[in-house]
Design a protein around this ligand. Structure first.
Ligand SMILES: Cc1cc2nc3c(=O)[nH]c(=O)nc-3n(C[C@H](O)[C@H](O)[C@H](O)COP(=O)(O)OP(=O)(O)OC[C@H]3O[C@@H](n4cnc5c(N)ncnc54)[C@H](O)[C@@H]3O)c2cc1C
Length: 335
């Protein structure tokens, strides 16, 4: 039996290890597009701050994959799924077959149209490579603008405040896909971000960004303010990375649509983590259970079910989003 897992984040790794526990002779392959060893995304703000290094951010879950007989193929981006022939095509021309497939490709930041230009000051905040680029730009003179509605923007502000820069947080409306941070918790976090010197433009948005000269980019807000800066960090919500599934027959909404067992519309294809969208039956809407711990739990469950189990996912807001990796949300913001 050959298990193919797309994505080497916490969901993909947890699934691989769970499959191995139940199936000692299975062939298990993880193919992921990043070039490096698996790492802890929640520590990327600390990498920017200089509080964590390349060794510290390595994901301990990913340390013994070879020992467990799991093959990790890095630098492999899936571009097409052929369900009829049970094969996945990759951008380098390679192909991998499967008996059972897990889609665990996570998400990528939703870059707003005014920032979808090739401006050197504009950096998304998602990967280790992004964090290193942000750290390098943060060392230059000039203000930093953070753009995003929620948690990742808070984390970007925390990291940049630690670099003692002028930070302006442009905070558009509530997150579209995840759980909004609201009420007293939001008020407390916003106070803390402000107290540490970041200016918050709540409910604002970006109309345009243009390069003034080699050192300065100018961001224009809806309200008409022009903000000169040397860095714009796109810390928006992660939108599921599912574009490669177009035309495959797997049902996709915002994310890959799964049932309570993390099965997609094809019985041999599962999805888990930030790319999986559940039907929230009481509310009649789809829901993505973002977060590190949620990804691990979903990966474990998908792994069990891919190996013949029949367990239901019991995700809910309290269990998952607020139970963040490491510190609680409020404590992290106050660090
Ligand atoms: C800066 C930052 C800080 C965060 N902090 C926290 C936190 O404190 N607490 C918390 O709970 N969560 C946090 N998160 C969110 C958390 O990292 C995610 O919820 C979690 O990583 C989701 O795991 P996953 O396995 O579903 O996807 P991911 O970790 O995104 O892994 C998916 C992998 O698949 C790869 N991939 C994508 N498309 C393809 C393709 N077509 N082919 C092959 N590979 C592909 C991706 O590059 C990636 O390596 C943070 C995220 C970021 C970006």
């Amino acid at each position: 039996m050959r298990y193919l897992i797309l994505g080497g984040g916490p969901a993909g790794i947890a699934a691989a290890k769970t499959i191995r526990k139940g199936k000692s002779d299975a062939e298990i392959v993880i193919a992921t597009d990043e070039a490096e060893a698996p790492y802890l995304r929640p520590l990327l703000p600390d990498l920017i701050l200089g509080d964590a290094g390349d060794e510290t951010i390595l994901d301990p879950q990913g340390a013994n994959l070879a020992e467990k007989g799991v093959r990790l193929l890095t630098g492999r981006r899936a571009v097409r799924l052929d369900m009829g022939n049970r094969k996945v095509d990759f951008s380098d021309g390679a192909q991998e077959g499967y008996d059972v497939l897990l889609i665990a490709t996570g998400g990528k930041p939703d870059v707003p149209p005014p920032l979808r230009k090739d401006l050197p000051a504009v950096r998304v905040f998602d990967s280790r490579e992004d964090a290193l680029a942000i750290r390098e730009r943060a060392a230059r003179p000039g203000a930093a603008v953070v753009y995003g509605p929620g948690y990742l923007a808070i984390e970007a502000c925390r990291a940049l405040r630690g670099k003692k820069r002028e930070v302006v947080w442009i905070k558009p409306d509530l997150p579209k896909y995840g759980y909004p941070i609201a009420g007293e918790l939001e008020a407390s976090i916003l106070d803390d971000v402000r107290n540490r010197g970041a200016r918050i433009l709540d409910g604002e948005d970006i109309v345009r960004a243009r390069e003034k000269d080699a050192a300065t980019t100018v961001v224009l807000t809806h309200g008409g303010e022009e903000i000169p800066c040397s860095l714009v960090v796109v810390a928006t919500e992660r939108v599921p990375s599912v574009g490669f599934l177009a035309g495959s027959g797997v049902m996709v909404g915002t994310g890959v649509l799964v049932d309570d067992f993390l099965r997609t519309s094809d019985p041999n294809v599962y999805a888990a983590g930030d790319c999986a969208e559940f039907a929230d039956k009481p509310k009649g809407v789809g829901r993505i259970n973002f977060g590190w711990r949620s990804a691990i739990r979903q990966g474990q469950l998908a792994g069990e079910n891919m190996g013949g189990g029949n367990k239901r996912f019991g995700g809910n807001e309290g269990d998952y989003f607020w139970a963040l990796f490491g510190f609680s949300l409020l404590d992290r913001a106050k660090k």
